[in-house]
Write a protein that binds this ligand. Structure first.
Ligand SMILES: C[S@@+](CC[C@H](N)C(=O)[O-])C[C@H]1O[C@@H](n2cnc3c(N)ncnc32)[C@H](O)[C@@H]1O
Length: 222
């Protein structure tokens, strides 16, 4: 396959990743969705200490499709009745993989929400790449109007985000959450739908535990 570079998104890479590029990538596990992501042959192991520290200061979540995002996207595509005709709000959208899956599966409207402006730029480019349209929002609290379903994938990478679970449940009658980080997950509103395997893409060679993604639901899905 010819490599399709996205110059506008590549220009958003920080100096620490100057040798990288953002390229169209067919996802291995999300039903035909393609995303602009960091080139898979980027030599991550050659990053020096300063570069790693720069990336820890401002993580580039949108240059990867996280394992939980892939699983939630593929389960939505396999269960379109979860989203069909509904207004969906995807919290922590990153590349936009879950929002794009919801749009493809027949959601009436999808809002991709992320506080990182680079992530919202990636969502817009990735929506165009997949021929769908997304609304963009940088502030969850500022999204107006009723929402039928909130989705969120890999937003519990920091346990300080756990209180968000209550806010997500307050915002809509149903919530779908994909997570591979919190092994002792427990919340009175959520039930576990199952567990699936996936790797973050490009593959970060994360520990096997982070490849086991659980899907949780709150409220009525069907
Ligand atoms: C690990 S990424 C997951 C991205 C995507 N859902 C996926 O699975 O590939 C987490 C994302 O959540 C976003 N995020 C974290 N806190 C947020 C907040 N309070 N409001 C909106 N987005 C937030 C981050 O900017 C980041 O893009």
């Amino acid at each position: 396959m010819t490599r399709q570079r996205n110059p506008a998104l590549s220009a958003r890479l920080p100096p620490a990743l100057a040798g990288g590029s953002i390229e169209a990538t067919a996802l291995p596990g999300a039903g035909g969705i393609a995303l602009y992501l960091l080139n898979a042959d980027y030599p991550q192991w050659e990053l020096d200490g300063d570069a790693v520290r720069a990336l820890m200061d401002k993580p580039l979540y949108w240059v990867f499709c996280w394992a939980a995002g892939q699983v939630l996207a593929s389960r939505i595509l396999a269960n379109p009745q979860w989203v069909a005709g509904r207004r969906v709000l995807d919290f922590g959208a990153g590349s936009g993989v879950v929002a794009i899956a919801a749009a493809r599966a027949g959601a009436r409207e999808v809002v991709a929400c992320d506080l990182d402006p680079d992530a919202l730029a990636a969502c817009a480019e990735n929506a165009a790449l997949n021929g769908v349209s997304l609304e963009l929002a940088d502030d969850f609290a500022a999204v107006e109007g009723p929402v039928d379903l909130v989705t969120a994938a890999d937003v519990l990478y920091d346990r300080a985000n756990l209180p968000w679970l209550d806010r997500l449940c307050e915002r809509a009658p149903a919530v779908l959450l994909g997570d591979s980080r919190v092994r002792d997950f427990s919340h009175p509103s959520f039930r576990r739908l199952g567990e699936w395997e996936a790797s973050t893409w490009p593959d970060l060679d994360e520990s096997p535990a982070f490849r086991r993604v659980s899907l949780y639901a709150a409220g009525m899905l069907d």
